[in-house]
Design a protein around this ligand. Structure first.
Ligand SMILES: [Zn+2]
Length: 387
């Protein structure tokens, strides 16, 4: 009997054709209640539309969800990811590994030492430095200037989110001498760019397991926490999982991860006026709150206005984060509520991993949007003063 069951099981794997057992699926929901139900299952959400969204699920989870919700299997996830690279990231790819990203930072600092400086906010669980580049005049001093933070790769497999902050650093430095408006932005602000918040996850995703999203700390027999569910504001209330096996695991407690702790302490020290955290995908600009679709941020209307101004440059959809779907414990809600940072999330691109040939275009229009945010800083500070 056991042999027959085993035989049937192997047949099922064969018939499904998905050797790795992961598929890209579209999941449909009728209303917010059904959406919340699905979200509480602990899966990630991409490309949200009115009554459906995209996710990556293994066969087992598809079967469980299928009994209650409408699911359409779009493709084998392997075929999508493998069309960009195999298990090892190809050196000729435009995407930067952790090591390559650090090299870019070091080269930029060498070439523009008068306005660029490397900094490290802490170490990951596996001991990798979480590295950034500061761009400002008098770069070695901590000046009393407005400050901006740009971050990529909270989520390991969202590789395009590493490229936009790198492109922003390059753009500011390369145009400093020739473009007076860029020079003004650099001179008048302190700009901090951290392309990879979660280096352990990125390494794992690029070199071992392409679907990896979380950090890499061992937790029981599983690994990793979703760092963008690990910040403390309304931690764990919505859209986050309590199971370490899930992609949106919130952690045993808020700030359980080295990378979120490091970012927290760095932000507490510098108290950023504005920030953008890059993710993918969906072509959205999200503003606080993320944790609740019934509570609006005190500065809701103004945050919305700034989002729309940025969206004019990249053509994205500007929306309150929780209106896309509620997810508590993200960096924006914490930065905004704790420090008053006007914090935004960009869901870049229209696919999990855009083709190499698309990367430049995505970077260019999103650098333009980031420049808009920098240009708006005086107006934002004025608004904060009189509100
Ligand atoms: Zn993400």
């Amino acid at each position: 009997m056991k042999k027959i069951v085993l035989f049937l099981f192997i047949c099922c794997i064969f018939i499904s054709g998905f050797s790795d057992g992961f598929s890209i699926v579209r999941i449909y929901f009728k209303d917010k209640d059904e959406l919340n139900n699905i979200v509480n299952f602990g899966l990630e959400i991409e490309n949200m539309e009115k009554n459906s969204f995209i996710s990556i699920l293994n066969d087992k989870d598809i079967d469980i969800l299928k009994s209650k919700h409408k699911i359409e299997v779009l493709s084998n996830a392997d075929s999508i990811f493998d069309s960009f690279r195999g298990r090892d990231i190809k050196s000729e790819s435009v995407y930067h590994t952790y090591e390559e990203c650090n090299k870019v930072i070091e080269e930029l600092v060498k070439d523009y030492s008068d306005i660029a400086k490397k900094f490290v906010i802490g170490k990951s669980y596996e001991g990798r430095e979480i590295t950034g580049i500061k761009i400002s005049d008098n770069v070695n001093e901590d000046e009393q200037e407005p400050s901006a933070l740009f971050m990529g790769a909270h989520h390991a497999r969202e590789w395009i989110s590493i490229e936009v902050p790198i492109a922003l650093a390059q753009y500011l430095l390369e145009n400093y001498k020739t473009d007076q408006s860029i020079k003004n932005l650099v001179d008048q602000n302190e700009i901090f760019i951290i392309p990879i918040i979660n280096p352990d996850g990125v390494e794992w995703s690029m070199k071992e397991y392409k679907y990896w999203r979380k950090t890499r700390r061992p937790i029981g027999t599983s690994f990793g926490v979703d760092p963008n569910r690990n910040y403390s504001y309304h931690w764990g209330e919505t859209g986050a999982s309590s199971s370490a096996w899930n992609d949106t695991f919130k952690g045993e407690k808020a700030f359980s991860e080295n990378c979120t702790k490091a970012l927290r302490d760095f932000a507490l020290w510098r108290k950023f006026d504005v920030s953008i955290s890059y993710h993918s995908y969906g072509e959205d600009i999200l503003y606080p709150y993320s944790y609740s679709n019934t509570v609006n941020a005190p500065d809701h209307d103004y945050l919305k206005k700034i989002s729309h101004a940025m969206a004019e440059k990249n053509g994205y959809n500007a929306i309150k984060s929780a209106d896309l779907y509620p997810a508590a414990g993200d960096s924006d809600d914490w930065l905004y509520s704790e420090l008053g940072t006007f914090a935004f999330t960009f869901e870049l691109a229209t696919s999990f991993i855009p083709y190499d040939t698309q990367v430049d275009g995505i970077c260019m229009k999103n650098v333009d949007s980031a420049i808009v945010l920098l240009e708006k800083i005086p107006e934002i500070l004025e608004y904060k003063k009189i509100k």
